[in-house]
Design a protein around this ligand. Structure first.
Ligand code: PAF
Length: 262
């Protein structure tokens, strides 16, 4: 299964292709989930492009799309939530209270409805990937949560449905997020292991896009912030660029494939 909120782009299609290459059948869900948006977030404005999405999916070879109605996912009187633990409290979870309970709840419901063997998610939403891997492990769902590499524009900008909110000037500035992350990744390759210096490198360069809401160097398994030298890390940040709130990350010292089951 490839769960999505639609407004599909090459990042989603790379998940579909990967799922098709590893499974006999793939279902792609398109559902803009109301419970993962805060009261002042972009639920109403979130791009809805279903006709185009379905055409892209059929061109990619995905034979089954699942577009449930809100009442199918949240039946009248629905009053049960999946609330992830500490891994969901920091970073995006601190800035977007309730967001990961909404994500964990809807993904658990979608998986319960489709009953796949595996579900595919992009590394771009790294904390979401880790939260869902913990949910699947802790609730004994028996479903593999597979993380797949981020797909990027030629200038490094991570593909995201929210890039559609950027005007041309903002779009140019937005490349500073990945420039900052890649500069820190180069420093890591040259032997830099001090998390504070890695964070400073990201913040200094990504600052060209806007003031970061956070810049983090964390353990990729627990997402606890690193205080001391470490041999693996995930560097991540969130920056508001115009109307868009953009997030991105790079993994250092390990690969996204190594996180399965962690
Ligand atoms: O990443 C997304 O598009 C959404 O958060 C997801 C996983 C489909 C849940 O609504």
């Amino acid at each position: 299964m490839v769960p999505t909120m639609g407004a599909l782009h090459e990042g989603h299609l790379s998940l579909v292709r990967r799922a098709l290459s590893e499974n006999d059948a793939v279902v792609v869900s398109i559902f803009v989930n109301p419970t993962q948006f805060g009261p002042h977030e972009d639920f109403a404005a979130y791009p809805r492009t279903e006709v185009r999405d379905l055409a892209l999916l059929s061109r990619t070879g995905a034979e089954t799309a699942f577009l449930p109605a809100v009442a199918e996912v949240y039946p009248p009187g629905d009053d049960t939530r999946v609330v992830p633990g500490a891994i969901a409290a920091r970073l995006e979870g601190a800035v977007r209270p309730g967001h990961f309970a909404g994500v964990a709840t809807v993904v658990t419901k979608l998986l319960a409805m489709a009953r796949p063997d595996a579900a595919y998610f992009g590394q771009k939403d790294f904390q979401q990937l880790r939260v869902l891997q913990r949910v699947a492990r802790d609730l004994r769902l028996g479903i593999r949560i597979v993380g797949c590499p981020t797909v990027r524009e030629p200038d490094g900008l991570a593909l995201s449905s929210r890039n559609a909110y950027l005007d041309p000037g903002e779009r140019r500035r937005a490349a500073a997020l990945s420039r900052g992350l890649f500069a820190a990744r180069d420093a890591w390759a040259d032997g830099e292991r001090d998390p504070a210096r890695l964070r400073d490198t990201v913040a200094r360069i990504a600052g060209d896009a806007g003031t970061p809401e956070y810049v983090s160097a964390a353990d990729p398994v627990t997402l606890e912030e690193l205080e001391h030298r470490a041999e693996r890390a995930v560097l991540s940040l969130a920056v508001r660029v115009g109307r868009a709130r953009l997030i991105d990350n790079v993994l250092l010292g390990m690969d996204v494939a190594q996180l399965a089951g962690a």
